[in-house]
Design a protein. Sequence first.
Length: 841
Amino acid sequence: MLQSLWKSISSWGDLPANFPYTLGSAIPYGFELPGGFVQFSATSTRQSTGAAVEGSGRQRPILDALLNPGNASQVSVFALKRAKQQSPPFKSNGSVSLPTFDQAKNHFAKCKTLLHPNLLKVLGTYETNNALYIVTECCFSLVHVVYLNRQQQQQQELAAKRPPSLPQQQRSDPPTASVDGVSDSTRKAEAATVAAAEVAANTCWNFLELTESLSFLHDQCKLVHGEVSPFSIFVTPHGKWKLSSFVLTRSLEDVQWPEFYSLMLSTASAAQGWEPPRPSPGSRPDFLDRWGLCSVFAWWQECLRDPYSSVRPVRSNRNDGSSCGLSIGISDASFQRALHKVPPALQRLMRRILDSSGSAVRLSKLTDGGDPCFAGDVCCQFLAFIRTFPVRSHVDKERFFEQQLPTALQQQQIPYGMAVHLLLPELALLFMNSSASAYHCSIIKCIMSIVAPLSTPSGSSVKRNSCTRDEAAVPLQLFSEVLTHAFDNSDRAIRFALLSQLPAVQSLLPDDFFGRTWSSLTLGLEDSAPPIRAFTARILSLYVSRLPRDAPQASTAFALLEHRLRDSAGAVRLEAVIAAAAAAMSIRESGTQGCPPVLVEILSASLRDPEDNIRLAGLEASAYCADSLPLEGLVTLLAAASPCFLSPSAAVISATSSCINVLAVAAKARAEMKQQPHDQRTEAGFSKPQADTAELMLHGGDDMEIPADTWETVPCFETQKHGSNPSCGSSVGGATAPQREDAVNNNFGGHRIQRSATQGEAPSLCTGMHTSVVSRGASGSMRLQAAAPAPLLAVKGGTCATGTAANKGNFIPAPASTVEASFSADDFFASVEREAAKRNI
């Protein structure tokens, strides 16, 4: 592809040294343009350089092209080269003979001086010794648009005839136009142009545009065009019709019949099927321009109404130089037949335009609302009002943007596709106009209403209005650029309209939109108006879901929401809690493990909020996020949720019970998952005794390091069983001491523990039981020091006592006081309780 592109460019010789554009591929027209020009797609090198300097965050290619076509990044280049030898008059390769080249210079000179919104905008002209280059706004020939539209209809008809049982991979689409070397941006612009032109056929707006362009030439410039044919009309991606090709353009006084008619018959348009009627010697100089205006629009509507009619573009069977290309069939006879098929109001308007008498109405009078055809067209009314906005009164402007336009959009008085492709660009231009700042809020609401139906699921309104996402690529990009600019606006009404309606259209926006508008969005959190702060907090969760997972804004969003929980407005705190939970779940659904640590702080703060509705939201959010919280966070929320039972609100009390149940289940699951490694270590150091044994069998060596929570898993860790044994008791100095036990029951890790409350008593242990000393290690865990079995001491009164030795080695009996000082039951249980309190159990 690069070789073919280089071949097509190098065949033109060297481009001008100051040529600030990069030529792309030639538009694959199957016909000859007037003057023999070849159209290329091109990109501006100035635009790319400016983007590199300013950064990619503020690029607005579509919007900038609307505001000033000179800043457009995508343009069209019409090139013409003088042939070195005699060639056929229409060879369709951009190389023409010297007479044709000199004739094309008339167009080259006129296009630079004629400036009107409905004439093709020329951005620059360049000339070398043997070539001409004309840079214009991005556009496509009307004949090419008709041909592509016919291909689309053929594809749709073929798809409708396919049997449903036919596998998708076996389906064969009809061949489409050649797209070799055509860039993706050119393809999207081409699709948008075809879609916009098709929907505009339901209105007289394009006919009004052509009438205004001819009115400018005839009434103001005193010029005649001379070749008003489908080959001289170009369509922009926004559906505007532009008149160009001024090869035969001259002053009205210089028109002489039939000499001028003979020149018309020698043009490329006449060679490809355009046959204007022969005027009488006394006809008006602009007669054929008026006939061309009406015949082109009637031909266009006939093509859309019946793509297989006799006036559709077809391949020419001629064997001369014009054999390559398309041939149209526009003659006075075909025009008269098509004229009877147009709406009656349009038919009467065309007859007024074609009036050949000396008292024929001026075109400027028709375009200023002097004809019922234009005045009764809703789309023409609205577009004309926007075009003439500066001269309208304040009352008219307010009524239009507050009542008429919103009502028309809501009631679908304007067809949906027409609103997207025709009305949206005009509203975007008006939104950028500072003179309309008082109505910017109403304008942005109307723009939202126009685009919102595109966000519906496939097969609903998008399919019903015949507007695919591919065809809407250019309008959607324009919509994104307008919203980006709107976020920079300091008007609170505009900001509120954006925040309240953004969720409905967020699926239509690219991901980089949320990165570009992040800084402008977060400014709303510091706004003095509580509704702005509340809606900004709500939208933060949407931004988190659309930003990349590794984007720094994702973590910043939770910090901003946590700060909003100290807001004085309860509505702001409420939105912050809900947004934090929604953002956390969007992160989890994206596959990211864990949740931001600050989420627990946000939920805990909401549970302590003095307002019941915020506590209720915090309870529901805590239960909603329970599965993604760590064990420590769940324990913290359990402690924070319990005081909610004291709320006077029945809804809060009910939600508290449900929330605690959910948190407890999640905490239990987390604890079991965390306990599995401890159980494995316990099995390696302990053996489970039989159910009826009362002995604690230690298999670990001396000074074994055991985590504190492992005590919960030790079998038979229950002193109540041993104390109830009749053969066990307590004795000091061989005498039975008075016993006074308070039944103190402690629950620790699910084990029931009973201990003596009498000071100075030794613990009651069973005969022959292993003893140990419990101490705290340096790491905070509990150290179990194993000791040798203690022999029985003096037995008196049927009681028994055991002694402990703190030293290792051979056993040395010690008095009871020494045993108590070395290791007492109170010390043991106190250490266990301290460890439990430290771990918040």
